[in-house]
Write a protein that binds this ligand. Structure first.
Ligand SMILES: [Zn+2]
Length: 106
């Protein structure tokens, strides 16, 4: 797995602000703004059902699924949520370890 800290191309800052944009009929988008020089750094398009909001629980997940227009049974949704939550949290722990190794001061 490769992990990269997002970097502003203009000022080199690693500090960014994610702006989540929702428009009906459009996939959710994330615009990344440099917190230092306020220029646009990147834009991401969130795939249907691909948004996971940590610490917000099952209801937040359900709203995301509803927005994506996907139809799933209640049982499957509960399983999907638990699986996604576990995977995302485990992956994030791994990402933090990789970043700490990569930016370790020798
Ligand atoms: Zn910048």
């Amino acid at each position: 797995m490769e992990v990269h800290r997002q970097t502003c191309q203009l000022c080199g800052s690693h500090e960014q602000r994610n702006l989540l944009v929702r428009e009906s009929g459009e996939p959710d988008k994330v615009f990344v703004e440099c917190a230092k020089c306020h220029e646009l750094v990147a834009r991401y398009i969130v795939s249907p059902g691909g948004y996971f909001h940590a610490h917000r629980g099952y209801e937040s997940f359900l709203r995301g699924v509803a927005r994506s227009g996907e139809v799933m049974s209640g049982k499957k949704l509960t399983e999907e949520f638990e699986e996604m939550q576990g995977q995302v949290e485990a992956r994030f722990e791994r990402i933090k370890i990789i970043l700490a190794e990569k930016h370790k001061v020798d």
